[in-house]
Every structure is written in C-alpha cells, then in structure tokens.
Design a protein around this ligand. Structure first.
Ligand code: PLP
Length: 478
C-alpha cells in the first residue's frame, strides 16, 4: 500500500470533518502533533496502525447488531457477521483459544461479562436445575429472591491494588467490589514477587468462587499453571485478566506456564494496550463457558460496536503476522534496558527489575511522591503515570511510584540504546526535582521544585530522541 494512500485518507477525513465542526478537526490534528512530540511511556498506551484506525471510522458505526453471529435480534447484519466472525477467528487462532467473544467495549466490560458468565454457570444454572425450570422468568418469587441473594453472596480472590491488581478485580469503588465478597493476595514484602504458597493459603481459607490472576502494575511474569492448580484445589473458577500483557502472549514471549490461555477457564483482555488494536475488550474461554459468555450483551453490555469489531479484526490479523512476535520481544528487551539503565543510575525499582513491558520506579528513593514525579516528568516532555507501590504510605492518589512501559515507544522503533538515554533523562529529572512545601511550611505531597530551564532542556532532548522515529511517517496533514 502506498504511503500516499494513508496520507490522503486521513487528510480527506479531516477535510470532511472540518466542513461541519472545524474545532473537532483541529483537535484531531493537534492530538497527532502532541502524540508525535511526547515521549510516551504510559504502560497501557500504544499507537494503533492506520488500517486499524480507519476500520473504525465508517458506517458500521450506524448498525445495531444485538445477538451473535448468525443469530441477531436485528435484520440486515450480514456484514457485521462477517467482521465479528473474522475478529473471533483471528482471536482464537492467535491465542489458541477454544472460544472468543469480541463484543466487549472495554476491559472493564470484558471483566463484567466474565464475572456474570461464571455466576450464571456456577450459581444460576444449578438453581434453575434444582427448581426444574428452563429460565429465570419461570422461577417462583421465593426462588427468584433466594437466587438473587445467592448471586450477591459469592467470593473473589484477586491481587491487591497496591501489589499491581486492578480496581475491577473486586475492589469496593468498582461494581465488582459491590458484587463480590473480596479478599486479595499481595506480594512478598522483601522480593516484591507473588508468593504462591501465600496465595494457596488464602484460597484454602477463603474458598473463593473465582480466583483472579492478572495485573496493571506488576513487573514480573506470573505462573498461571500454579494459580490454576490453586484454583482447582479449592473448586474455584480461574480467571485471568491479561489486559496489560496480551501483546506478549500474542507475540509468544509468554509461553508455557506464563501463557494464561491454556490454564485459565476464562481470560479477559483489552484489545488496545500491548495488543495494539482499537480501544475495546475481549473474552476467551473454555467451551463450557462459551454460551454464558456469548450472553454478555444484553446481560451487561450495550449493543455491539461493529466498527470497533472491524478494527479488532484488522488488529488481530496484524498480530498474527510474524513481525508482531518480533515487536513483542522488542517491547521486553526495551523494558529491561530501561530498567537496567535506571538501576545503574541508582533508581529503586519494585522487584528490582522487569520481565514484561513495564517498570515500576519507587520514587521515594528520590524523596518524591508519585504525583510530584509525574508532574516534573511531564514538564520535561516525558509522559508517565503515578502508581501505588506495595504497602504504599502515600495512598492511591499521591502514591510513591511511577509506572513506565515500552509498548508505544517500541512501536515507534526506539531500541535498547535509546532506552538507556531515556533512563538518563528520567533519572536527571527525578534527581533535580525536590519536594515542595505548603504555605504553612509543612511538606506538600503535590508541590515540587524543578528548574524550568532544565525541564525545557530535557524536553528538547526527548524530542531529539524521537526525531529519527517519526510517528505515522506516512501521514502528512499539512
Ligand atoms: N484490566 C486491567 C488489568 C487493566 O489494566 C485495565 C485498564 O487499565 C482494565 C482492565 C480496564 O480497561 P478499560 O479501560 O478498557 O476498561
């Protein structure tokens, strides 16, 4: 495909938008400029391909398609069937999964689909069987009341938030915490690693219905074979949320015990992040859960988004190409180079390094909170996000950590030498930033001092680092 075609496609699209609301066209153009100029180290972000982006901006967006392939509640879904079937087929082939459901609109939605599929399978179905009815509408009022109580009285065991778990794994601010009685497993206070014996102990005591594996901020591999054995030993369903590291599973960097798909009963993921597709979610599962998973819409999801499913099909086709495996390996090489560069300069890293796409810096070693560090880095053209560290004394708002990840910069083509230079920039900013004080002289967790000239100098160096690796080089909006 000619590079010209990409440029023409996006330029024409902006022209059409500009004719209706020029401020939107300007914002879209400005976003490209911002993304081109910033050193993006947010571990959950990436740059989707032009083909993926274009697959989303079309008339598929207008179509209602409740139901599943070949079984819709609306007429005229033959083309939606094509893209949904393609996305599911690519997902099954890519991950070696028995079943794929590609309708979830996001990672949170995928998790909700999975939770309700397990609840339906393990709690609702036995209740229907016991009452000798086919569906919930046929239950007596008393049986329905009892079933609703039972559905709301189940247990979940997942990774604690400050060890890197996700809010949707049973924490109170999220619906999952209101649905489930939740307990969490943390990491070893010395090594920072998951202690599988402690997980087994917690499972034995708590007897969860669902054991959740997966994380947003744990920089190491997880042994899913062991977690499955623990789940089996207490009769729990084993679910893995691989949202963060799906690209490493797709690219066969995580195989054997570290690939969740053969071990889990049900796997959820986002399709963006390291998988580099459109913003969206997906559920993979064993055959026995497939029917319940396919009821995700209208159980907890709004109608499917055919334009996003089309983009998922494109991105998953890209991930099946051999060069994606090379990309996934380079993500980890870069992450390890970044970690080594930081360690060599004296940074304190949670677990002392990384096996995956992310690095968690404990910025208390620089005398800063995560919030101060995040802002100082942003002033210097380096985009990261603050994150709790295990047993964080600063809580979830100010935090003591900075999470950085390499999927986006790896897509741009930066390599290990540039990661070392990135480590130098980060370390310089953090050593030159000092914690600020409140008006009454007390220590502030938000205010900080950084020489603006130094911040400008680092921002220029960050731009220089990016210059040989233009983002979307074929796209010229001028
Ligand atoms: N699960 C994990 C492990 C995540 O890290 C995230 C996002 O940060 C999600 C789920 C939620 O994804 P989304 O933002 O697409 O709902």
């Amino acid at each position: 495909m000619s590079r010209n075609a990409e440029s023409t496609a996006f330029r024409s699209a902006l022209e059409v938008i500009r004719a209706v609301e020029p401020r939107v066209a300007d914002a879209i153009g400005a976003e490209l400029t911002d993304q081109r100029e910033s050193l993006k180290l947010i571990a959950s972000e990436n740059y989707a391909s032009p083909a993926t982006l274009l697959a989303m901006g079309n008339w598929f967006s207008d179509k209602y398609a409740e139901g599943t392939v070949g079984r819709r509640f609306y007429a005229g879904c033959q083309n939606v069937d094509t893209v949904e079937a393609l996305a599911a087929e690519h997902a099954r082939e890519l991950f070696g999964a028995a079943h794929a459901y590609v309708q979830p609109h996001s990672g949170i939605d995928a998790n909700l689909v999975a939770f309700w599929a397990v609840l339906a399978d393990r709690v609702e179905s036995p209740a229907l069987k016991k009452a000798q009815v086919r569906q919930v509408n046929d239950l007596t009022e008393a049986d329905w009341f009892a079933l609703r109580r039972e559905l709301g009285n189940q247990r979940m065991l997942g990774m604690s938030l400050d060890a890197g778990g996700h809010l949707t794994h049973g924490f109170r601010p999220n619906i999952s915490g209101k649905m489930f009685d939740q307990r969490s497993y943390g990491t070893d206070p010395v090594t920072g690693l998951i202690d599988y014996d402690r997980v087994a102990e917690a499972a034995r005591e708590f007897k969860p219905l669902i054991l959740v594996g997966g994380y947003s901020a744990y920089p190491r591999k997880v042994n899913f074979r062991i977690l499955r054995e623990i789940a089996d030993s207490v009769g729990a369903t084993f679910m893995v949320d691989m949202a963060h590291f799906a690209g490493l599973v797709a690219g066969k960097v995580f195989t054997g015990d570290f690939d969740p798909v053969p071990h889990a009963h049900i796997v959820t993921t986002t399709t963006h992040k390291s998988l580099r597709g459109p913003r969206g979610g997906m559920v993979l599962c064993q055959p026995e859960l497939a029917d319940q998973v396919d009821r995700g819409c209208p159980m907890v999801l709004g109608g499917p988004l055919p334009h996003v499913m089309a983009a998922k099909a494109v991105a998953l086709a890209e991930a099946r190409r051999p060069d994606f495996a090379d990309y996934a390996q380079r993500i980890v090489d870069n992450s390890q180079a970044l970690a080594e560069g930081l360690l060599r300069r004296g940074a304190k890293l949670v677990t002392g390094g990384t096996d995956n796409h992310l690095v968690l810096i404990d910025v208390s070693g620089y005398g800063l909170t995560g919030r101060q560090a995040e802002q100082a880095l942003l002033d210097s053209g380096i985009v990261t996000n603050r994150n709790s560290v295990p047993q964080d004394p600063n809580g979830a708002w100010y935090t003591s950590g900075i999470r950085i990840g390499t999927p986006a910069l790896t897509t741009r083509g930066l390599g290990t030498a540039e990661m070392d230079q990135t480590a130098e920039l980060i370390h310089t900013v953090l050593t030159q930033t000092t914690a600020g004080a409140n008006a009454d002289g007390t220590a502030s967790k938000a205010k900080y001092n950084l020489d603006p000239d130094l911040a400008d100098k680092i921002a220029r160096q960050a731009t220089d680092l990016l210059a040989p690796h233009p983002l979307y080089p074929a796209i010229d909006l001028a």
